[in-house]
Design a binder for this molecule. Sequence first.
Ligand SMILES: [Zn+2]
Length: 158
Amino acid sequence: MTNGFNDFFSAMINNLIARGISWAKKVVEEQAKEGRLLSDSELIVAKKVGVRYPERIRIVFVDQIPHPEDPQLLEIAQSYGLSFPSMIGLALGYTIFIRNNNFSEKLLAHECRHVYQFEQAGSIESYLQNYLQSLLPNGYANSPYEKDAQAWEKKGQS
Ligand SMILES: [Zn+2]
């Protein structure tokens, strides 16, 4: 049995996810080069949370975490609990954005755990596909990816 509404809904969700992924890839392409490598002690944090290639990570300090310009994307993200204005860290592939004056080992461990999750998924596309799908039933606060990253905040610290 087909359900026209469900087909429409899932096509819309897939379209939003695809737009989110292309936004993320563009941000990484434009801004990864602005980042710095991890220090020796930060490399230890990244290794502790399971990152395979910590030397590939770049940290970009910003006044505001980058967010999609697309208002529809921004609004739907917000409705699932992804609030860009209140974010202090965001990992996109090997690029970690940290809002100025918010750096801590705890935050680094959290974002590095997202890098680990991305490495496990194999690409930004598959990771974001999985991550964004996980928000649909759960919302940000209950996403298994976020729960996992939170669980590693303490374990990752030196
Ligand atoms: Zn997180």
